[in-house]
Design a protein around this ligand. Structure first.
Ligand SMILES: *Cc1c(COP(=O)(O)O)cnc(C)c1O
Length: 362
């Protein structure tokens, strides 16, 4: 606390990211980074951009990157908004598209940054509980048809991740479409940070629904958490709203190296395909192996699994693994305090995790 702080700063309850340790030799399975490196074409593109041109500002519109992203989704650059990581994109989304008189709605168990943005932008929110299996029931997001006007008056917008975090559970495209179609008067944001590990993207619905916004990141499936690039796909009117906020905040969110690296990443479809398939294979094996040790593992469509053991509290397991130099993520949140979230590492790292679990459970 400082008397120089604004009253808003005093009230904030900031997001706390997973530990980024400075010591070596830890097996880091706590922040959903990709275990394999980015495409060699990304490294080469960044090296090629690392020159005297850094004295110049980057393209404030990231046009070439937006075109490359657009063509991958059969959209135009006017449908694409880019930002300094999808966390920044999401911040602008809350500010530009979800801040209305009525509260924004999201699941009780979901990305813990959402309520933080609401605090920053002084927005009301309402959480909808996941069901007892930690599944999202889309019926909870469909306004009562009998009482449509009042139901809509109560919702300023909807956002949830698909697959959800930290559960890893995904929804089918038809389920997503139901929510988007039933809420034409508000923006529905699907945060697809993990979609490439086994769920189906809603990007294919954008041409049909002007109220749909899909958010992606290069941090997870493109192995580029360190580059800080994320993007949103949606109707040009939504993108223009985001641009107005962005240009009232930072005109140059993506530097020259990030734009060059991101373009190369999106263009290397082979590397993307191989590395995501490797993560999916490891995930399926780890799910089986942990099941054999008595863990209950939620079916995951992401690059992490959410698991609990009947004889060991989540916090206890996380700290016992920490003592064996393995980092996993534990959330103190009431309904999920039993669980740990384990990022899918290399086969070797997952093997070491299994050995550690065996020793702990002995
Ligand atoms: C990781 C993550 C993000 C943010 O990713 P960036 O690194 O900021 O691009 C957004 N949403 C969810 C659900 C995430 O897990």
């Amino acid at each position: 606390m400082s008397r120089y702080w604004s009253s808003l700063v005093e009230q904030l309850d900031p997001y706390v990211p997973g530990e980024q340790p400075r010591v070596q030799n830890l097996i880091k399975l706590n922040t959903n980074e990709h275990p394999y490196g980015p495409s060699a074409r990304v490294i080469a593109a960044i090296a090629a951009a690392n020159n005297d041109s850094l004295r110049l500002y980057p393209d404030p519109t990231s046009l070439e990157l937006r075109q490359v992203i657009a063509s991958r989704f059969k959209l135009t650059a006017e449908h694409v908004f880019v930002g300094n990581g999808s966390d920044e994109v999401l911040a602008h989304v809350f500010h530009a598209l979800l801040k209305h008189d009525a509260p924004v709605v999201f699941p009780d168990i979901s990305y813990s940054f959402y309520p933080v943005y609401c605090g920053l932008y002084q927005m009301q929110f309402r959480t909808v509980p996941l069901d007892e299996n930690l599944c999202l029931d889309v019926e909870d997001y469909i306004p009562d048809t009998g009482d449509k006007a009042s139901a809509h008056a109560q919702t300023g917008g909807i956002i949830f991740p698909n697959p959800n975090a930290p559960t890893g559970r995904g929804l089918e495209l038809a389920q997503i479409e139901k929510v988007v179609a039933a809420n034409p008067d508000v923006v529905v944001v699907i945060d697809e940070a993990y979609v490439d590990f086994g769920a189906e993207s809603a990007a294919s619905l954008i041409a049909q629904y002007p109220n749909l916004l899909v958010v992606h990141t290069l941090s997870k499936s493109r192995s580029l958490a360190g580059l800080r690039v994320g993007y949103a796909l949606g109707h040009p009117d939504l993108v223009q709203g985001l641009d107005r906020v962005k240009n009232s905040f930072n005109s140059y969110p993506l530097d020259r190296l990030a734009q060059a690296g991101a373009i190369a990443a999106i263009q290397d479809e082979d590397h993307f395909e191989r590395s995501r398939q490797a993560v999916i294979r490891t995930r399926e094996q780890l799910t089986l192996d942990l099941g054999l040790l008595g863990f209950e593992v939620l079916p995951s469509q992401a690059n992490f699994i959410f698991a609990r053991h009947p004889t060991l509290a989540g916090e206890q397991l996380a700290s016992m693994l920490r003592a064996k130099n393995i980092l996993v993520r534990h959330f103190k949140t009431l309904r999920i305090a039993d669980y740990v979230r384990i990022t899918i590492g290399t086969d070797e790292q997952c093997g070491q995790l299994l050995e550690a679990c065996k020793e702990i459970l002995l």
